[in-house]
Design a protein around this ligand. Structure first.
Ligand code: PLP
Length: 368
């Protein structure tokens, strides 16, 4: 917390706005719109997952449709596809950027066209704070007019070329879950340049309640609006965004400078087309060169009461999605290797230099 959050929450209590709408919600949405610029419209919701679900509704995804999605991600990117009764199809990652591979996507689209089963939407995930390559991706989807949902849950504050992360797709989503770069404890945001689409999402997120004094409903909606209390936390947190990106990038730089000389160690580097918010610093260990495995790193850190994690287990390897189709990179699957070789290091913006030093010391000792 930055210290300013309580003031907003206090106002909510003072004015008795204890509801899934109110001045803090408006203020938070406006702050995000202002940050993004380019006439972007924003809808605050109760989770990033809900924002993805609404975006799928806006794309008209229905039972039996297929939706393409990055395989290397958290399950929340894709679960809403199944809420709609649609079928996810997973796309591999790029060797250099770790994000959705345009080559694998091209192959998947050609195959889908051949089978007369083009996807209703494409969910592109910006992994660990790094943008996917939207120009390359859009060049492929444009031919078929497939809308892009940009899952920017992990990448608020990052950029792609001269654009802010989250505005590269037809719809963008953010998460304000407790682990993200800014938080509302739990929450999310749906953004788009399409004002009408955001108005429709607002309607769907409010139980699809028609404009009538009585409760009139013509279609199925959801209870997805953000509470005015937690929106107060968001309104304060968004002011911290730039400082936090800076801090995250410093943490990355520190890990890199102190660990990169260890044999077999590399990092998830910035792609040439953008600036990552370095939500998490991710280490990669070459099995041929590193004397230790990711599991050894994670377990040794654990012994020192330091939490670290493997890279996301790709969706095509998850038991729940074992029946789903997967398109690997034409030269061989990449995402399963990143899963096997990666370690997400502690990267919280509250970490002191001493705390970073503790992590670094534990890891360096493993190489001695
Ligand atoms: C956190 C996260 C989400 C989900 O956000 P919630 O607010 O937790 O529902 C979606 N996609 C990715 C890639 C995430 O990291």
């Amino acid at each position: 917390m930055s210290g300013r959050e309580e003031q907003f929450i206090h106002q909510a209590f003072q004015s008795n706005w204890i509801a899934p709408l109110g001045p803090n919600v408006d203020q938070f949405e406006q702050a995000v719109e202002k940050y993004l610029g380019e006439n972007t419209h924003a809808l605050a919701v109760s989770a990033g997952t809900h924002a993805i679900h609404l975006a799928l509704r806006l794309c008209g995804v229905k039972a039996g449709d297929s939706v393409f999605c990055s395989s290397l991600t958290f399950a929340a990117s894709v679960n809403p596809v199944c809420y709609q009764g649609a079928e996810p199809v997973f796309i591999d990652a790029d060797q250099d950027t770790w994000n959705l591979s345009p080559q694998a996507l091209e192959f998947a689209l050609q195959d889908a066209k051949k089978n007369k089963r083009l996807p209703k939407a494409l969910i592109v995930v910006n992994l660990y704070g790094q943008s996917a390559d939207y120009d390359a991706i859009r060049a492929l989807t444009e031919t078929y007019k497939i809308p892009i949902i940009e899952d920017a849950a992990e990448s608020l504050g990052a950029s792609y070329k001269d654009k802010k992360s989250g505005v590269l797709g037809d719809y963008g989503i953010y998460s304000f879950n407790g682990n993200k770069i800014i938080t509302t404890s739990g929450g999310g945001m749906l953004v788009s340049k399409d004002k009408k689409a955001i108005e429709r999402a607002r309607f769907l997120a409010t139980q699809a309640r028609e404009q009538a004094k009585h409760y009139e409903h013509k279609e199925i909606g959801y209870n997805y609006r953000m509470s005015n209390i937690v929106a107060g936390i968001g309104a304060a947190q968004i002011q911290e965004l730039e400082a936090r990106v800076q801090k995250k990038r410093e943490i990355f730089q520190n890990y890199k400078e102190t660990l990169q000389e260890l044999p077999g160690v590399s990092f998830m580097e910035d792609a040439p087309y953008g600036t990552s918010n370095k939500w998490l610093t991710v280490l990669r260990l070459s099995p041929a060169e590193a004397p230790v495995t990711p599991t050894m790193v994670i377990e040794t850190l654990e012994e020192e009461n330091i939490e670290s994690r493997p890279v996301w287990k790709p969706m095509h390897l998850q038991p729940v999605y074992k029946a789903a189709k997967y398109y690997p990179h034409p030269k061989g699957s990449v995402s399963h290797k990143l899963f096997a070789e990666g370690v997400c290091l502690p990267s919280g913006t509250g970490m002191s230099e001493e705390e970073q030093g503790r992590v670094i010391d534990v890891i360096r000792k493993l190489w001695q």
